[in-house]
Ligand binder design. Sequence first.
Ligand SMILES: Nc1ncnc2c1ncn2[C@@H]1O[C@H](COP(=O)(O)OP(=O)(O)OP(=O)(O)O)[C@@H](O)[C@H]1O
Length: 264
Amino acid sequence: MMLDTQPNPAIAPPEHFVSVKGLCKSFGNAVLYDNFNLDLASNQLVSVFGPNGCGKSTLINMISGLTPFDSGEILIHDKPIRRARIGYVFQNYREAMLPWLSAFDNIAYPLRVKGVPEAECRDRVETLIQTFNIQLDLKRYPYSFSGGQQQLISIMRALVADPEVLFLDEPFSALDFETTLFVRDKLQEIFETTKIPMFMVVHNLEEAVFLADTVLLLSKRPTRLVEMVSFTAPRPRTLDTLSSPEFIETSRHCLDIFRQEMRK
Ligand SMILES: Nc1ncnc2c1ncn2[C@@H]1O[C@H](COP(=O)(O)OP(=O)(O)OP(=O)(O)O)[C@@H](O)[C@H]1O
């Protein structure tokens, strides 16, 4: 008997976790995106870098369904955004936390909004914090935690409803250097454990390269995709990665492209 080794197209996983076709978006007369296209291969950590004001946050917000667009199509794992399970980590954890709820209840919030039974909510939060070894007293309120701890709590909240994609808008920009290292390592651990594809806006070029499988380099407005740069250093990436020839070469290449774009 011959075994059929061909993948069944009916059950083959989607090739892309994000597909954007012919996307147009303006604010008043200012054209931000005009026929913008993007396909991101599944199971990757993708970071987005570009000049100030080119529309990075608007892009992540449109793809995650937070900001409407004028025309075009956006699919998450081949589905319209409204049918996808999405997690979102905001830049400013202080504004993103619900201050009247304990850290535990903040994490459980998306499940409770969905009407998940209380026992299951508690189980799922407990499992999550054990999986990622979050050693915090979650009965406390958000303001009593450090910035890095609050950002970690908001990452846990984004993960609790089992998202198929995690969006992060400058997750480190409100953190100091030491805390950034801690949250960055945790994010990498989450990516390696869950393999949830991640789409992350980052302000700092080295930060964009360090965790990424692919760096999207964007142009000035109207915003084009200038290049998708692949970074294949082994994981986990560590402080040694920063001094590896591959990291230095990739960062240098991204910087060259960025400079060329700024001169245009
Ligand atoms: N709701 C809005 N109404 C009008 N203009 C907006 C709105 N949101 C963003 N813009 C404008 O669109 C442009 C892109 O903004 P966006 O925040 O997406 O860029 P960015 O690349 O993330 O910026 P930065 O690098 O400064 O974080 C900016 O000029 C901004 O002022």
